[in-house]
Design a protein around this ligand. Structure first.
Ligand code: MHO
Length: 213
């Protein structure tokens, strides 16, 4: 059930990447996600040797369904970006643009947020350079917590960064997207009735609960 349509990439640093992976995974128009390290200069970062890099989420989105502006609204609404919040560079607020159009939209949104915020924004805007995918155990972190379920949908490490289904379920299982959206999308996901019931139960349990890391 992989979705083969033209996509664009968006890359954001907005704190711990586990919750952002779920947040965007079940957002309308998001096709695939992966988490990793970017925005620094040191070579081959890892979770335990991140160097001057930041935890980021890389999103493949369908620009006909969701715009970059809309993704940026989700970005601003879901993390801390005030200069007085003390954060490690690992959790830097960051927009890594992939073309000039994204750069202009990102800069405009930054100006708009700054104008209604009484604190200086710490958010960095820079050109996307090398993206280093994080270790497998960080990908679709919430979904991977459901081991038997992952086995039942045939999720193995080769699909963690590329599966549309895994991206969606990683959101829905923690309550992102909501029941109505899940039920509308269900026919396209290719789950059997038992698997769908499992997701519904978790979604219901977690809806509105926030995405603590
Ligand atoms: N509290 C978590 C944050 C992980 S996140 C991927 C931990 O210390 O492992 O930065």
């Amino acid at each position: 059930h992989d979705v083969d349509i033209p996509t664009k990439k968006a890359t954001f640093g907005m704190g711990c990447f586990w919750s952002n992976d779920s947040l965007f995974g079940a957002t309308l128009g998001v096709i695939r996600t992966r988490v990793g390290y970017a925005g620094g200069t040191t070579k081959n970062p890892h979770y335990r040797s991140i160097g001057d890099h930041t935890e980021v989420i890389e999103i493949d989105y369908d620009p006909k369904t969701v715009t970059y502006e809309e993704l940026l609204e989700i970005f601003w609404a879901n993390h801390e970006y005030g200069l007085t919040t003390k954060l490690k560079r690992q959790y830097q607020s960051m927009i890594l643009y992939h073309d000039d159009e994204q750069r202009l939209v990102a800069e405009a949104s930054h100006r708009a947020v700054q104008s209604r915020c009484n604190e200086t924004l710490r958010t960095e805007i820079a050109k996307a350079d090398v993206f280093y995918p994080a270790e497998d155990y960080h990908q679709k972190y919430r979904l991977q917590g459901h081991k038997d379920f992952c086995r039942s949908i045939g999720l193995d490490s080769s699909k963690l960064q590329t599966s549309h289904l895994a991206a969606r379920l990683n959101g829905y299982l923690v309550g992102v997207g909501g029941m109505n959206q899940f039920d509308q999308e269900l026919p396209k996901l290719g789950l059997n009735e038992k698997q769908a019931e499992y997701v519904r139960r978790e979604l219901e349990r977690n809806e509105g609960g926030g995405l603590a890391c």
